[in-house]
Design a binder for this molecule. Structure first.
Ligand code: DO4
Ligand code: MG
Length: 276
């Protein structure tokens, strides 16, 4: 089942049909305990919606939540980071955090800095080396449980991050640096490790980069990331947690205005954003 946030309120897609849940606010709906069972039981009394296309009214699936992110959770990310920061003497930090018990977790964005499917992302004006980071993104409810999954793009400035690891917040957090959507997938069982994450980058109508990875390539377990995030932080409306990138384009690549980034994750869908 998928939950969409729209200008008309929340909607749920189930077996190809769309159902209105506009009697509830998005914040309240996604925080229901036993969310899958709650949605399934609520569907019993509802008629499918047929009068409009959800894509015409879609918003990012976030209202009062924060977006956090974990990093260096895949070998590819660790190696790319060590390389980009070696001149700054930061390489060792990435090596150590990859194998440390405590994962890297950082604040990524407020809802106001986050865009949804088909909305524009941005690259920083003071950076020359910018990349998309395609990341499975967890919805963690106010009881600190993984209640759903969405697709995230942790757009990042590699030159700023590589110049000095202390610049991480500037490399990661700025207006429209985070994209999530198009929907929150709610499952009865956890997502399988076979789940594929696919990144495609399009420039002037041509595909200029594509690569995929699987969740099984991640060094850490998802509950482990949630445990550290929620250890000393409470989230009354729940929160989103990006889980790190396993795909980093070659060093010669940087995003430019007009590029479109498509990120697809099995069963969730595709998140597409153009650089403005
Ligand atoms: O410390 C750098 C950020 C790592 C990150 O965002 C990732 O691995 O996805
Ligand atoms: Mg990342």
């Amino acid at each position: 089942m998928k939950i969409y946030n729209t200008t008309k309120g929340p909607f749920v897609e189930h077996e190809g049909n769309l159902y209105s849940f506009t009697e509830s606010s998005f914040d309240v709906l996604i925080n229901q305990s036993n969310l899958y069972d709650f949605l399934e039981n609520s569907l019993a009394g509802k008629q499918p919606e047929t009068s409009f296309e959800i894509t015409d009214f879609l918003l990012a699936p976030i209202v009062s939540q924060e977006v956090w992110a974990s990093g260096v959770t895949y070998l590819r990310s660790k190696n790319a980071r060590m390389e980009e920061s070696k001149d700054a003497g930061g390489g060792d930090f990435y090596d150590r955090v990859y194998s440390a018990e405590r994962p890297e977790i950082f604040f990524k964005a407020t809802a106001a800095r986050t865009v949804g499917h088909k909305q524009n992302i941005r690259i920083r004006r003071d950076s020359k080396w910018n990349v998309p980071e395609p990341e499975l993104t967890l919805f963690v409810n106010s009881n600190n449980e993984i209640a759903g999954y969405t697709i995230g793009n942790d757009v990042s400035s590699r030159d700023i991050e590589g110049e000095n690891p202390l610049y991480l917040p500037q490399a990661k957090s700025y207006d429209k640096s985070a994209a999530i959507g198009p929907a929150i997938l709610v499952l009865k069982e956890p997502l399988t490790k076979e789940t594929q994450i696919l990144l495609e980058i399009e420039r002037e109508g041509k595909q200029i980069f594509t690569q995929s990875t699987r969740l099984s390539q991640m060094k850490r377990e998802l509950p482990e990331l949630v445990k550290y995030l929620t250890f000393e932080c409470s989230f009354p409306f729940g929160c989103f947690l990006m889980t790190g990138t396993g795909i980093v384009p070659p060093d010669s690549f940087s995003l430019i205005t007009g590029d479109t980034v498509h990120i697809s994750i099995d069963n969730i869908g595709t998140l597409s954003n153009t650089v403005e």
